[in-house]
Design a protein around this ligand. Structure first.
Ligand code: HSE
Length: 314
């Protein structure tokens, strides 16, 4: 009976102006799954640990098992496995929670099937699960799968560019303890925008790519400005502009909404500074009686990975 354990990182999508086309993998927060073949030939979520408020166990609703089902379609293999999901990411928190679970499921299924597909070849399966759960977009699943910053260069056909990492970059991320559903937060976005909004956002998004290529954290921070999505979605995050101001006052180079929110991220080039920025952001939420926590993370180079744990394998 095969067993394995897989970790898929959380992600920050959009990075402000690059809506649906850019995302980055975080290195220390994510979802873990333990998968064990069973005798019944049934695909089953046995247990959900961690941040597990209301995650469905049903095979056709859970992101992990949906990932297995996508791989089943591609490789024409049936999976009989018991899965324990350790949810490290908040649900509907803006940190790619369902995406990480989907990526973990797809990756583990492929490993169990004998590693027939390369990581890149698993991307369509991951995006299909995202499409079912929260709307078709690749800027969370692609970095969770492949690591680093990922640019979506085309949706049809699906194609991505790996942009690598910036070693000195630290994210401070404040997560207020409430949920915003990505599907709903996509529905509130404008169908049409002004040409000058397009010019502003594309210049900032292009500058972010330049900053990543030049490994320039200050330019990255300065380019995190969004005139299209942030003004609309910020209305759903109480105190958003005060939280962002607190981050900038504490020395962050830039700040915006992580994915569709409610998490708010900020960038800096120093771990200690990232910690004070995170603290400053959560203090604003606390003053308004909104519970929150903060994370500090660098960029994950690798994306989803198999964990080798002696105790687990025994
Ligand atoms: N690009 C997606 C959105 C990311 O903003 O809707 C969601 O995490």
């Amino acid at each position: 009976m095969k067993k394995l354990k897989v970790f898929a990182p959380g992600t920050i999508a959009n990075l402000g102006p690059a809506f649906d086309i850019l995302g980055v993998a975080l290195d220390n927060i994510g979802d873990t799954i333990e998968v064990k073949e069973n005798n019944e030939g049934v695909l089953k979520i046995k247990e959900i640990k961690g941040k597990n408020k209301r995650i469905p166990f049903e095979t056709n609703k859970n992101a992990v098992t949906l990932g297995f089902l996508e791989v089943k379609k591609i490789l024409n293999i049936d999976f009989g496995v018991d899965i324990v999901l350790e949810k490290g990411l908040p649900i509907s928190g803006g940190l790619g929670g369902s995406s990480a679970s989907a990526v973990a499921g797809v990756y583990a299924a492929n490993l169990l099937a004998g590693n027939k597909l390369k990581k890149e070849e698993l991307l369509p399966a991951c995006v299909n699960v995202e499409g079912i759960l929260s709307g078709y977009h690749a800027d969370n699943v692609a970095p969770s799968l492949l690591g680093g910053f990922i640019l979506i260069n085309s949706y049809n056909p699906l194609s991505v560019v790996k942009l690598g990492i910036i070693k000195d970059l630290y994210f401070a991320i404040a997560h207020p303890d409430f949920e915003l559903e990505t599907r709903k937060l996509r529905a509130v976005l404008p169908k049409h925008i002004e040409l000058k909004q397009h010019v502003f956002n594309s210049s900032k998004a292009a500058s972010i790519i330049a900053a990543i290529m030049k490994k320039d954290v200050k330019l990255l921070g300065k380019s995190i400005q969004d005139n299209i999505v942030e003004p609309v979605r910020s209305k759903f995050i109480p105190e958003f502009y005060d939280v962002k101001k607190a981050a900038l006052d504490a020395g962050a180079y830039g700040s915006s909404i992580s994915g569709s929110g409610p998490s708010v991220f900020a960038v800096t080039d120093d771990k200690k500074k990232a910690e004070s920025i995170g603290k400053a952001m959560t203090e604003v939420f606390s003053k308004k009686n909104i519970e929150s926590e903060f994370y500090v993370s660098k960029v994950s180079m690798e994306g989803v990975k198999k964990l080798f744990n002696k105790l687990f394998l025994r």
